[in-house]
Design a protein around this ligand. Structure first.
Ligand code: F6R
Length: 607
């Protein structure tokens, strides 16, 4: 979602701001802008569409100044347009904002009574107008920001710049993440470590309700009570700064190809380099006295949770409930003291997941997070944060984070089963051996790219695609359909194979390809029957299975993609590869924007 950058330094700010905004492109945006102060004068440039439009504008109409703020906007209030793009300016004040101000209508009505001229449909403009109003009344910039912060309802990360103040940015956060970067004679503000990474390796994350008064040589942080706050300074891991495509055409292609490596790192982290001991903090993760586990997440992370339900229930015999975070938080479900609540999030900043976590605080026995960003809000607010170790994921469509989430969730399921006396030493050793062998199998699956690419060209002609899976492959079918729709814009739906004849079978015709994800496991024969039902009605089946599966499926299969054999427990991780490749190559064939699909944001920090 919206990206924020702020720069106070000794160089021209505009090139730094635009470069930083480029690094934030992955979050998803529809317009961009920057503001600077030069010789005391505040000015801004904004452009709708891709950043190149802003860069072009700056070539013809440069913006001098050594202090500035910048923003990539993902529209919430008001269409994507230059007028609605940030920074918003009113008189002496410019502001950039990530989040939603829920009481902006009330503020706007007040401003109208004061005679203010409203120029945009955004919630953010009201902040600029109100702060300028306070400044006109004689408040210092800092006092004016403090006054508005007291009045804002909703979620926000904000950065302010002021006329006549060339050495000042005021930043504040509530609900949306924001970080301060520390330089030498320079300081920075950014929505995440990626924005700041090449500028500095020292950053401080603001906490809920914090306000930071930033100059070139100082950073003063105040908490929500206005007290001076001491926040830890972090060293950014080196790999965070690496956001290049590494020779691939798209970040998504690179991230798909990285899966053998990142999964091998996750397996090494949770099982060591040899043996089959599970390395989880078992003193903090006690599954013995639990009567239930609740898993909550959004999107792809939710599908990882659905898969984990099969694993935890089967291996540990522990009942599991899975919910999408946006539903969970408002349903107000009862959470007993013998419940473990587990939240899965790549970014660790998803607003709904974070709110669901807060709902469970003081209710659940333990709050566990499975996250990719260790400094994220979800990681910091949980009792135990388990890293998925996927490395930075830039492609909006989640790929390597999904397979790493599955790897960690399977580890959790094994630990639960072990503690509850339901996992024999022998079976544990078998699963760990299979996990150690998984990267090699994923490499083999990646080698089938030519096949998936060929089929994808045919799928690109379709208007609708169905995905089917049974048992633990059902969530993967859901994930395959999500990947397909989000980057190729083809309508894709997934069903549990057994549900087909309860309605969706009416959709079957020769123009609707049906992707069946079915390793030769205990449920395979049942899935074959469902495939026959599709083929009997003229449907085209693309079967993704292992060699035996493809051989026994019989004649009439339209296309097939052969996967290596794998311990069936691990099939959802391995079969994620062809699901991702199919979506990727279909999108490439259709010529869509693979890494930044329309309307989507990487880190969804609003409800
Ligand atoms: C889909 C995708 C999204 C995210 C969802 C949750 O490819 O990436 O569905 O999975 O927005 O995001 P996180 O995991 O950051 O909480």
């Amino acid at each position: 979602m919206c990206g924020i950058i702020g720069y106070l330094g000794s160089h021209e700010a505009a090139p730094f701001l635009v470069e930083a905004l480029k690094r934030l492109e992955y979050r998803g945006y529809d317009s961009a802008g920057i503001a600077t102060v030069h010789d005391g004068a505040l000015d801004r440039r904004r452009a709708v569409g891709k950043l190149v439009n802003l860069s072009d504008l700056l070539v013809h109409d440069p913006l001098p100044g050594k202090s500035g703020i910048g923003h990539t906007r993902w529209a919430t209030h008001g269409e994507p347009s230059t007028r609605n793009a940030h920074p918003h300016r009113a008189g002496h004040v410019a502001v950039v904002h990530n989040g939603i101000i829920e009481n902006f209508r009330q503020l706007r009505a007040e401003l109208c009574e004061l005679g203010a001229e409203i120029q945009t449909e955004t919630d953010t403009e009201t902040i600029a107008l109100m702060v300028d109003h306070y400044v006109q009344q004689g408040d210092s910039p800092r006092a004016a920001v403090e006054r508005i912060l007291d009045r804002l309802e909703g979620a926000f990360a904000l950065a302010f710049l002021f006329e006549d103040e060339e050495d000042l940015i005021i930043a504040a956060r509530k609900g949306s993440p924001l970080a301060i970067g520390h330089g030498y004679g320079e300081n920075y503000v950014g929505s995440d470590a990626i924005a700041l990474a090449p500028l500095t390796d020292r950053i401080t994350y603001l906490e809920e309700g914090d306000m930071a008064i930033v100059t070139r040589t100082s950073v003063e942080i105040r908490d929500s009570e206005g007290q001076l706050a001491n926040r830890e300074m972090h060293e950014i891991q080196k790999d965070r700064a690496r956001v290049d495509k590494g020779g691939y055409k798209h970040f998504m292609a690179k991230e798909i190809a990285e899966q053998p490596q990142v999964i091998s790192e996750a397996v090494g982290h949770y099982f060591g380099s040899s043996g089959h001991e599970i390395r989880l903090p078992s003193d903090q993760l006690d599954f013995t006295g639990l009567d239930r586990v609740v898993l909550v997440a959004c999107g792809t992370a939710y599908y990882a949770c659905l898969t984990a339900k099969y694993w935890i229930e089967r291996l540990a015999g522990l009942p599991v409930e899975v919910d999408v975070a946006s539903e969970f938080r408002y349903r107000e479900p009862p959470i007993g003291e013998n419940t473990l609540a587990l939240f899965v999030s790549q970014s660790g900043e998803t607003a709904d997941t974070l709110a669901a976590l807060r709902y469970c605080r003081d209710k659940a026995r333990r709050i566990v997070a499975v996250v990719n960003v260790p400094e994220s809000s979800i990681a910091r607010e949980s009792d135990v944060a388990l890293p998925i170790l996927a490395g930075t994921e830039i492609g909006v469509a989640s790929t390597k984070a999904f397979s790493c989430q599955l790897t960690v969730l399977l580890t959790v399921a094994m630990e639960a089963a072990r503690q509850r006396g339901r996992l024999s030493e022998e079976r544990q050793a078998d699963i760990v051996a299979a996990l150690r062998g998984l990267p090699a199998r994923i490499n083999l699956a990646l080698d089938f790219e030519e096949v998936t690419e060929r089929v994808a060209h045919e799928l690109a002609e379709a208007r609708d695609v169905l995905f089917l899976g049974r048992g633990q492959m059902y969530p993967l079918a859901l994930e395959g359909a999500l990947k397909m729709k989000e980057i190729s814009y083809i309508h894709a739906e997934a069903y549990a194979s057994g549900e087909l004849k309860h309605g969706p079978i009416a959709l079957i015709d020769p123009n609707v390809p049906v992707v069946v994800m079915a390793p030769r496991d205990a449920l395979f024969d049942k899935t074959v029957s469902n495939m026959q039902e599709v083929m009997a009605r003229g449907g085209k089946v693309l079967l993704i299975s292992d060699r035996k599966g493809i051989e026994t499926a019989g004649d009439g299969i339209w296309r097939s993609v052969e996967m290596p054999e794998v311990d069936t427990l691990l099939a959802p991780i391995l079969y994620a590869i062809p699901a991702q490749q199919l979506a990727y190559h279909t999108a490439v064939a259709k010529g869509t924007d693979v890494d930044q699909p329309r309307n989507l944001a990487k880190s969804v920090t609003v409800e």
